[in-house]
Unconditional design. Structure first.
Length: 312
């Protein structure tokens, strides 16, 4: 069976039937647009795209895993603004011979990841395409708070991280070398574990700047440094290298800190805080904001790639 056999609208019916709607959705899929409650009177919006062969491979990840990853990449951006995610819109472009079961299981992953934060998939679009592509737009609610932007870091503030760093990049390297273990790393690549609640919590704690770490910790902190007109120094000893990562790095001839400092796709949240703020779990201090420009490691320029760039 292929999507050609059941047609666009038959596939839409099968997919939307698998997507329950959350409390913020007043009108879900089926009309020209969805209707959402917006108690804050402001809506945070972000979008991201996953292209087969560049962001995922079907021989590496099941459809449900890809759904989790696609949702997480967008929901994390909403959390990084200090907001609570409310809804996802998904556009799916696919080859005509795609098995519709794959699309259904993708929807299961999208819906399940959204449900972890009380959000839902409220609509989208489908089209034929030679390249399987998933475009997701996420919406969120600030709950009456000001958004936490990238430009608020000041010298003397601490830099803190919530979530894992380097796990997904290590998993990607393992898979690219033809291996399927360690499971901890491979599963981190397939399904990131995002600390969504830490974003709004950071806003309540007084975070001055925040960003989703999607392209690499040093690269993404570089965006904060540039927007804020400051320097940022990261401490290497702030990161523990788990045994599985250390063993994989030794077997593959890789410096594990290249994964931790420059690897993306874990979708940890990095934020800056005034030094007087007592940071609870899962936040941990990994560096400081300084006078100057750019990002350094232990006071020195980092000798190596700092993160992912789609056009390099």
């Amino acid at each position: 069976m292929s999507v050609t056999g059941i047609g666009e609208f038959g596939l839409i019916d099968r997919v939307t039937a698998r997507l329950p709607q959350g409390a913020s959705c007043l009108l879900g899929p089926g009309d020209d647009g969805a209707v959402l409650a917006a108690p804050d009177a402001r809506v945070v919006a972000s979008t991201d795209v996953l292209v087969e062969g560049r962001h995922f491979r079907r021989d590496w990840s099941a459809a449900r895993d890809v759904g989790h990853r696609a949702a997480a990449a967008n929901l994390a951006d909403i959390a990084a603004m200090g907001a609570t995610p409310t809804a996802l819109l998904v556009a799916l472009c696919m080859p005509a011979d795609l098995d519709p079961t794959w699309a259904e299981e993708l929807a299961d992953g999208l819906g399940a990841e959204a449900a972890t934060v009380g959000a839902s998939v409220v609509g989208g679009d489908m089209s034929a395409s030679p390249t399987l592509t998933i475009a997701v737009t996420a919406l969120g609610d600030l709950g009456g708070r000001a958004p936490v932007v990238r430009s608020g870091a000041r010298p003397g503030h601490v830099v803190a991280l919530a979530g894992r760093s380097g796990y997904a990049a290590a998993g990607y390297t393992v898979l690219s070398r033809g291996f399927r273990t360690p499971k901890l790393l491979v599963e981190a690549y397939r399904r990131p574990e995002v600390p969504y609640a830490a974003g709004p919590h950071a806003a309540r704690l007084g975070a001055t700047a925040m960003i989703d770490v999607s392209d690499g910790l040093l690269a993404d902190l570089g965006h904060v440094a540039r927007a804020s007109g400051v320097g940022i120094d990261v401490r290497r000893d702030a990161f523990e290298v788990p045994r599985q990562m250390r063993d994989a790095a030794q077997a593959l001839g890789v410096d594990p800190y290249s994964w931790i400092l420059a690897g993306g796709d874990d979708h940890a949240l990095a934020a800056t805080f005034p030094p007087a703020v007592a940071l609870p779990d899962p936040w941990r201090v990994v560096g400081r904001v300084t006078e100057g420009t750019g990002v350094t490691v232990d006071g020195e320029a980092y000798d190596g790639p700092t993160g992912w760039d789609h056009f390099r």
